[in-house]
Design a protein around this ligand. Structure first.
Ligand SMILES: Cc1cc2nc3c(=O)[nH]c(=O)nc-3n(C[C@H](O)[C@H](O)[C@H](O)COP(=O)(O)OP(=O)(O)OC[C@H]3O[C@@H](n4cnc5c(N)ncnc54)[C@H](O)[C@@H]3O)c2cc1C
Ligand code: SF4
Ligand code: SF4
Length: 384
């Protein structure tokens, strides 16, 4: 088929869609706003203990390696779409991205783990083995036959939950930062003194299931990632004490009971939403919560507190939705026309893939992206 498809977003959704299309001999233009491919998940750690915990993280590198090797995928890093006009085909204007997402900074130190796909960066000085950040970015116009939007999500910004002190107290980090840390380090480090954190508290549902932030949905991925990370940390360092503050536990898979039984013996679960976090004189952070049974306020000290941040709509959605003339749902994610048609939009020829429509883990993101490709092929008149 002599057709060309633009995939916007180079996370696992965009990579999976691009690879699937290229294997069907479709020319792909892969447009990625940041300076690297793989999205959030390229920075995730392997959570294996003595066995694989099926977190899906290694799939991302596998797909990335395949994408980079395909001659019919043009990769446009540090690039965004500027305008889209439909005139039978789609005329898409591309521009160099000025706003480098925050994750680029987080991932800078991990570029060597992206090897041999050295599309990752820092400052030009840091990038002697890689690509000069200033040289990235495509400007110009492209004609394409269809577009897949795979622009993903934004992790909840916990500075909005001011009483947790994220950004103020060094030893309060997000789960995304813990994922990145464990990718480069074997142990969990306490940022204030670079020593191993021996007592760690995870706080679940940070930003999710919350009316105050208009984000009432369950983010679906944070119970599984927190429990898998806790289990992996206990496996590596059995003397680590881990507490998990939670409302209830969701989505831990089909071996739910045996997994919970095992993890129950490894970590302490506390059914409470902490109110406050603050440092003490011993360089600990104290988590204040209410013990409902004893009806009293407790202050529990930790070396490190990890905020299990949820999946929020991509900050670019509003601008993008106007540009491509597709509605957003009330929650701010892209709206599929029908729950039975999870990749179709109100615009023929424009399809949705991955967390751009709402929370999904890596495996569900890949299958959503593959079904977006099936719909695209049908639209292009090809065979599924
Ligand atoms: C802390 C944390 C831990 C997690 N751990 C796990 C886990 O262990 N296992 C698991 O299965 N899932 C996990 N998840 C979920 C996982 O992150 C998602 O399933 C996955 O990242 C979804 O991929 P995506 O491609 O849809 O989105 P993203 O990863 O968000 O990728 C989107 C891409 O699009 C790019 N982009 C954004 N806007 C634009 C634009 N305007 N133009 C061009 N490009 C753009 C972004 O730069 C990015 O590269 C975790 C999530 C969080 C928050
Ligand atoms: S990255 Fe996850 S899925 Fe892959 S081997 Fe490790 S635990 Fe298993
Ligand atoms: S997956 Fe767990 S932590 Fe995440 S929002 Fe749902 S219940 Fe809360």
């Amino acid at each position: 088929m002599n057709k060309k498809v633009m995939v916007v977003g180079g996370g696992i959704a965009g990579l999976s869609a691009a690879l699937e299309l290229s294997q069907k001999n479709i020319q792909v233009e892969l447009v990625e706003k940041s300076c690297f491919l793989g999205g959030k998940a390229i920075g995730f750690t392997c959570k294996a203990t003595d066995k694989c915990q099926q977190c899906g993280a290694c799939l991302v590198e596998e797909v990335l390696r395949d994408v980079v090797g395909q001659s019919n995928i043009n990769i446009h890093l540090r690039t965004e779409i500027d305008s889209v006009v439909k005139n039978g085909k789609f005329k898409v204007k591309l521009k160099k991205s000025d706003s480098i997402p925050k994750e680029d900074k987080v991932l800078t130190g991990f570029s060597k783990y992206n090897s041999p796909y050295k599309v990752v960066i820092g400052t030009p000085q840091d990038s002697k083995d890689g690509v000069n950040i200033d040289e990235l970015g495509t400007q110009g116009e492209l004609d394409v036959d269809a577009i897949i939007i795979a622009t993903g999500f934004t992790p909840f910004d916990p500075t909005a939950r001011a009483t947790y002190g994220y950004g103020t107290w060094e030893n309060v980090i997000t789960a995304l930062e813990l994922e990145n840390m464990l990718r480069s380090e074997v142990k969990v480090i306490k940022p204030s003194n670079k020593q191993r954190a021996k007592k760690i508290g995870f706080i679940q549902c940070v930003g999710s299931r919350n009316k105050e932030f208009n984000s009432v949905w369950c983010s679906e991925v944070c119970c599984p990632y927190a429990l898998r990370m806790a289990s992996m940390i206990k496996y590596r360092y059995p003397d680590t004490e881990i507490w998990i503050f939670f409302i209830d536990i969701q989505n831990v898979g089909k071996n739910y009971l045996s997994f919970l039984e095992q993890i129950n013996s490894e970590v302490k679960f506390v059914t409470a939403t902490p109110i406050d976090i603050f440092p003490d004189k011993e360089d600990k952070v104290r988590v204040a919560y209410k013990d409902d049974i004893e009806d009293k306020r407790i202050l529990e000290p930790f070396d490190l507190v990890v905020l299990s941040v949820g999946i929020m709509p991509n900050e670019d959605n509003k601008v993008l939705s106007k540009m491509i003339n597709i509605d957003l749902s009330e929650d701010g994610f892209f709206r599929e026309i029908d729950l039975m048609e999870p990749n179709l939009t109100s615009q023929e020829g424009i399809f949705l893939a991955g967390t751009t429509t709402g929370p999904k883990d890596i495996l569900n993101t890949i299958s959503h992206a593959k079904s977006a490709v099936c719909e695209t092929l049908t639209y292009l008149g090809g065979k599924k």
